[in-house]
Design a binder for this molecule. Structure first.
Ligand SMILES: Nc1ncnc2c1ncn2[C@@H]1O[C@H](COP(=O)(O)OP(=O)(O)OP(=O)(O)O)[C@@H](O)[C@H]1O
Length: 601
């Protein structure tokens, strides 16, 4: 009974086929069919325990067979359970995977959009339709080169350097808001149409402000030259990030390829970035590198391989603009560029700019309005801004039809903006002792310097000379040179006087160009001779009394005109710098202090 029960159990667990197969394989049919208990036990022992030794103790053998069956059943049960778990887990995973594939396909068909992103895009498109002040400035912006006023020479210079089979890099110097950007943009427009130049119809004009360009030494970001996006930390595209592939992002120099890169305020650009830019100018390419880049990785897209292997093209003409003086600009940059100077605008220029802008706005003005605006600024940009401001004032008060700006409108709008005339007439028709106008330049803007001196007898003959503490060392040297020259002229020891020289408004000046004016002021103080107050003098004084050349003549003459000066004395050697088109002022070149004295006393 026990044997039969075991055989039934085996059949249940492993099936009858298992019994038949094993019996056949192990040749046990005789034993299993036998009536002998020992034979049957022997057959079971061979089937289950795989032992074919003679059976001594049938009970023990049966017990061992049962134990083994119990073990096998338990193992099979556990194996089945694990198998079931694995199957369930796989099924779940597979379902999720298929869901993900479905989602991706849907996303691809939808193009990554959802209701939220679509709404955001609609909001942005709505914003694009709204335009405020930009459009009025665009309306007034010169559209042709001949609409750029007072810069004929600079415009011709830019064109001659750009409109050539071999265009050159250019640096534009000049005061702010006098048309540098406008001239560069229009010059490229014209040049594009000339066949022999390398520019094409679609050559880009990329404009950027040097003060806003940032970069970091690890080259994580560099909008000017481009940088490599790290696949892990910097969010390269997802497909690239997953494969650990770095992605070079090209910069503005590549955007400008085949055209012009215009950097406003180039003097403010970080000096290291300037040097890097110079390298690009030479190579006409930007190179990229990354320790993540593996040239043998087959998953790297061809464009990334090309960028890493060959770099990005960056063959462009650089036009940099600055309000700084040439000496303040990186010499390496200067040596690669041709230099063009924009002039300060005259009163006449500002009047014309305002008239042209009014025409573009399709409005009329009382005759004196442009002149009134010209009293408040020397900048073309500021002048059109003021006009836009007055225009807004009139529209607000009287509506938008048939606009005519009256003098009263102009004064009212100017008063509301708290603007004050930029130049108050300083010159007058009398003579004064110990006082003279010198001329200075700051950021391409010339102005008069009021220089005054007083002298007191010093009985002990140990007179001292005092000058503004804030003045620079070169200006201080001018005072000492002047005292030696005066000593020669008056033939008396200057130490017989305590002399105090002062630059009105603070002596934040430097350079030797006030030397001649300081000499006149000191001499007038010592001798008591009064000086003309409608004359201004510029020039360095040498110990022999010669008047040496100085810089910034054009700007100084403009500054003198603004102050109502009638005569300007400049060094003979600066004669070539006299601008051809100045009106309303007499300019006299002088070479020695004696000539100056004859004209100022
Ligand atoms: N010489 C000019 N002739 C006509 N319009 C001018 C002139 N200068 C300036 N403007 C007006 O001012 C606006 C700004 O000028 P623009 O940007 O060219 O000056 P900029 O010299 O480049 O100034 P910045 O150095 O401050 O950038 C022009 O769009 C134009 O309306």
């Amino acid at each position: 009974m026990q044997i039969d029960a075991i055989i039934e159990l085996v059949k249940k667990i492993w099936g009858e086929e298992f019994i038949e197969k094993t019996v056949e394989e192990k040749d046990l049919s005789k034993e299993i069919e036998s009536d002998s208990i020992e034979d049957k036990i022997y057959a079971l022992q061979k089937m289950i325990l795989d032992e074919d030794n003679y059976i001594d103790d049938p009970i023990d053998a049966l017990n061992r067979i049962e134990k083994e069956i119990a073990l096998l059943v338990a193992r099979t049960h556990i194996e089945n359970k694990i198998e079931e778990d694995v199957e369930r887990y796989l099924e779940e995973k597979q379902e999720k995977f298929i869901d993900e594939i479905r989602l991706n396909i849907i996303k691809k068909q939808r193009g990554g959009e959802n209701s939220k992103t679509i709404k955001k895009l609609e909001e942005l498109q709505k914003l694009e339709k709204v335009k405020l002040s930009k459009s009025i400035m665009e309306i007034m912006r010169p559209a042709r080169l001949n609409e750029i006023i007072g810069q004929d020479i600079a415009v011709k210079c830019i064109l001659s350097k750009l409109a050539s089979p071999y265009p050159q890099h250019i640096l534009l110097y000049g005061p702010p808001g006098v048309g540098k950007t406008t001239a560069a943009r229009l010059a490229l427009d014209i040049t594009k149409k000339i066949k022999y130049t390398p520019f094409r119809k679609n050559s880009p004009f990329i404009e950027v402000d040097g003060t806003t360009l940032r970069w970091d030494p690890r080259e994580i970001m560099n909008p000017l030259l481009g940088s490599v996006h790290d696949p892990i930390y910097m969010g390269a595209k997802r497909d690239l990030a997953e494969g650990g592939i770095p992605e070079p992002k090209t910069g503005l120099v590549t955007d400008a390829h085949g055209g012009v890169l215009f950097i406003d305020e180039i003097g403010e650009l970080d000096i290291m970035l300037q040097n890097k830019l110079l390298k690009v100018l030479e190579d006409k390419r930007v190179n990229f590198s990354s320790s993540y880049y593996d040239p043998d990785d087959e998953n790297v897209p061809a464009y990334i391989k090309k960028l890493f292997n060959e770099g990005a093209p960056a063959d462009f003409i650089l036009i940099g603009a600055t309000t700084r003086s040439p000496e303040e600009i990186n010499p390496a940059l200067r040596s690669r560029c041709m230099e063009v100077y924009f002039q300060p605008l005259s009163k006449k220029d500002i009047i014309q700019i305002v008239k042209n802008a009014a025409e573009k706005l399709k409005i009329t003005m009382d005759e004196n309005v442009p002149e009134i605006i010209s009293q408040y600024t020397m900048e073309g940009r500021k002048a059109v801004n003021i006009l836009a401001d007055i225009y807004g004032y009139v529209v607000y008060n009287r509506g938008n039809d048939n606009i005519n700006i009256t003098e009263k409108d102009a004064f009212n709008a100017l008063a509301l903006s708290r603007l004050i005339p930029h130049c108050i007439k300083k010159a007058f028709n009398k003579k004064e002792t110990g006082s003279i106008f010198g001329l200075g330049v700051n950021g391409f803007i010339g102005s008069t310097l009021e220089i005054e001196a007083v002298a007191f007898r010093n009985k002990n003959n140990d007179g001292k000379i005092r000058f503004n503490d804030t003045a620079g060392s070169m200006a201080k040297d001018s005072v000492f040179n002047a005292s030696s020259v005066i000593r020669k002229i008056i033939d008396e020891d200057i130490s017989a006087y305590d002399i105090h020289v002062n630059i009105v408004g603070g002596g934040n000046v430097d350079g030797p160009s006030a030397g001649a004016a300081i000499t006149v002021a000191m001499l007038s103080a010592v001798t008591g001779k009064p000086v003309r107050q409608d004359v201004a003098v510029t020039g360095e004084i040498s110990l022999t009394g010669n008047i040496k050349p100085v810089g910034g003549i054009i700007e100084k003459i403009h500054g003198a005109i603004q102050a109502g000066i009638k005569t300007v004395l400049i060094p003979e050697k600066n004669k070539k710098d006299i601008p051809s088109c100045v009106e309303g002022i007499e300019i006299i070149p002088v070479s020695h202090i004696n000539e100056v004295l004859e004209l100022v006393f």
